[in-house]
Write a protein that binds this ligand. Sequence first.
Ligand code: NA7
Length: 542
Amino acid sequence: QNSDVETELDALVVGSGFGGIYACFSLRKLGLNFACIEKAGDVGGTWYWNRYPGAMSDTHSHLYRFSFDEEDYKNYPFTHNYLYQAEILSYLEHVVERHDLRKYIQFNSEMRSAVFEEGSNRWRVTVHTGHVFVVRYLISAMGLLSQPVYPDIPGLHDFKGTLVHTATWKQDLDLRDKRVALIGTGSTGVQVTTKIASEVGSLSCFIRHPQYVVPAGYREFPAKQRDEINSNFSAYWDNVNRSMVAFGFEESTRSFASATPEERERVFEKLWDDGNGFWFMLGGFNDIATNPEANAFAADFVRRKIHEIVRDPEKARVLTPHDYYARRPICGNSYYEQFNRDNVHVVDVKENPITAVTGRGITTADGVEREFDAIILATGFDALDGNYTRLHIRGRRGETIKDHWSRSVTSFGGVMVSGFPNFFMVLGPQSPFANNPPVIETQVELIMAVIERSETLGKKTSSGHGQHAGVVEPTPEAESDWARRCEVGVEGSLFKKTSSWIFGANVAGKVFATRFFFPGLRPYREFIESSIREGWKGLVFT
Ligand code: NA7
């Protein structure tokens, strides 16, 4: 064994975003010997990479943060109801400094492979530099949206101007007065549009699949509201953790059918004025995502708004979605209003697809070539399992995670996989579809409870030998059971009928699978609590 290139530890954390930071904090609390490796040059994860103009979280500020540090929660300043990327990144840096976690993190270190050695029950993790970590517990906090997708357009890399994916933004990129093309109209494309439309020379949005975009409602956060939340901290967070999407609003229990046409109109008008995508989908009625009639009403409401706001009927036509309102809900700051600017154009690439990128610009099926100085790809991510299958992660009997997920993408509670002992994921596939920080806290706390129990049992069985060889993994049955719960949870949902990254539809050849637990955070936490109560049902500790 060469100690220069091998480090033996109890645990290794991969990634230093919200998940990795909390995992480091928690491992230290458990008293384990650990390190964290991070591909980037600093902490932040998603918020380190996604520095594109307009990048912000669409969760309200008071819920896009940790709750584990009550004092910090109550005091860390924010001014508005949403946080932009730079603010979130500063916050995460602050948490790392406050808890003195930086010393555990090795930056510019990308995990290339992780192999479970059955004889020693250890993970052998190789970093791109050749350095190897030999650890008992491997905790992946690589994020759920971290592997950018580049569209398969002929000539893409022949472009002579600036080609940039939003997730690898070039900090010195100056778009002022430039002719800019934007491909992609998901959350990211919408945020980019609202920020740069007024700054660039021209902006041409290539729209294949327009989405329903409601206002974000960006405004100052009332000090009084913050005081109220702070003085009811425990009860407030208890409510958040007992809600479905953990967005801090009251999720409606009322059916669409119970309201008169006038009431429906009033309800959506108020939701539109208040802002927020999740709120719009879940705050008015409880069946927008399941009842086609309710969904059609909400969709039609947004379509009417588009035609009221966008003055040019051709632009309005291209911006109007026609499928179900059942993708990840999107909101933006005056998105449709941007299209009333003379310098903002739309190109309908559903009717007239992109055929190639040339040295000068983009050509479409009608033979037209449009010239640009910059092309922005807001084309999304190979989400969830995509972060894992690109790496060589090998569990028992030589099975890789890619093999494991070749037919269906399943896990135990989004955190563990059978045949991959002592391997944990934060926001792995089949995690709750909800605001991420509370999901992350829940999952990291679950992972730590599992590790703690494994440690205790390991110590007991190996007393006298100085060995801590606890091994824990879910049974295949427990994994199938969770997968079944995920399937049941999405039954009847219009999300399943609408192609998007949520089911893997955005990446060619990716398995169509239910990658989230749609019932949300409350039933997720109840499932965990009942599994623990029933003697850690589903997990085998050896
Ligand atoms: P999304 O939501 O996956 O959106 C990607 C967009 O890129 C979407 O509009 C795609 O259109 C479009 N796209 C991809 N390839 C092409 C080509 N070849 N031509 C035209 N348009 C294309 O990614 P985001 O980054 O916006 O958001 C991902 C999540 O990150 C988001 O939900 C938040 O949770 C944060 P399509 O719909 O496939 O027609």
